[in-house]
Ligand binder design. Structure first.
Ligand code: ASP
Length: 294
């Protein structure tokens, strides 16, 4: 459909029934409307997903950006990736320390380097070179996201808590883009990197489909990740929903859970998950606006 536009957001797989997510729900609702207006005005899918994920990171409401939680050494390492389906270009950062907005660093990697991923110290040096904000006061910058208690790290034996944010968009020119950012798993081993910053696993966009994943990263890596959805569609003739369900079935086979948001070039959208809930929202010219948590 010409001039069709769609935006979908997620704020991470997994919700706890006893927690109050009303602030998250309101934030996702406002942000999805704001992003829809940007797209309706002719904004590009790439700029819109970067804007969305930067806002999700800056809110501190999710396990990404300001809401990231420390690793087992007590400091925060972030991962992020962004992909422009129209140009088939991607950028990412991983195990990034003190980069205030990891998705902006990922975009800079896409625009200003021939690489798809910069790690650790190198990512930090690159962010400084690009004039991006570096966290000066960690205690002032970071806050625990909604649904995470300060003592949660001490209770990891009850199961790993995790969270991620992501956005996928189709713009009026028919371009697709995806962006994903995470603080990873609570109490993860220092240096651990999951699926999120790896192009094709946690994040993918091409001419046909844009996908952002959330969940247990190792299971998404074993299952083939986001590009597996694109491949099932292009070589296998699968539908958007069929391909996404197939990925989640594989993730479950590797004892993981999670979810994803995906949009195809026709503006079809799906937000499936096999976790206990997934914070999510969608809006567009030809889809019913929806915000959901459980
Ligand atoms: N996929 C992220 C990771 O494994 C975590 C999440 O999405 O909740 O780092």
């Amino acid at each position: 459909m010409p001039n069709n536009h769609v935006i979908a957001l997620h704020g991470g797989a997994g919700v706890k029934p006893e927690r109050d997510y009303s602030e998250v729900e309101a934030h996702l609702g406002d942000l999805v409307s704001e992003c829809e207006a940007i797209l309706a005005d002719g904004g590009s899918a790439l700029d819109t997903v970067e804007h969305a994920v930067a806002a999700l990171e800056a809110s501190g409401l999710y396990v990404a950006g300001r809401g990231s939680a420390p690793n087992d050494q007590g400091f925060i390492e972030c991962d992020a990736a962004i992909m422009d389906g129209a140009r088939h270009r991607a950028g990412g950062v991983c195990a990034a320390v003190d980069i205030a907005q990891p998705i902006k660093a990922a975009r800079a990697v896409l625009e200003h380097t021939p690489y798809t991923l910069l790690a650790g110290e190198g990512a930090r040096a690159f962010a400084i070179e690009q004039g991006l904000e570096i966290v000066a006061d960690r205690d002032a910058h970071y806050r625990l996201p909604v649904g995470v208690e300060p003592d949660e790290m001490l209770r990891l034996d009850e199961g790993l808590a995790h969270g991620t944010v992501g956005a996928v968009a189709l713009d009026r020119e028919g371009r697709l883009a995806a962006a994903t950012s995470t603080g990873g798993l609570l109490g993860k081993r220092a240096g651990r990197v999951g699926d999120t910053p790896i192009t094709g696993i946690g994040n993918w966009a091409d001419g046909e489909v844009a996908i952002s994943c959330t969940g247990i990263g190792e299971a998404f890596i074993y299952a083939g990740g986001a590009r597996d959805v694109a491949t099932r569609m292009s070589y296998g003739g699968a539908s958007l929903t069929g391909a996404c369900e197939a990925l989640l079935n594989e993730v479950a086979r590797y004892r993981g859970d999670g979810g994803l948001i995906a949009i195809d070039r026709h503006g079809s959208v799906t937000l499936p998950f096999n976790s206990h809930g997934m914070k999510r929202a969608v809006a567009g010219s030809a889809v019913r606006r929806f915000v959901g948590i459980s």
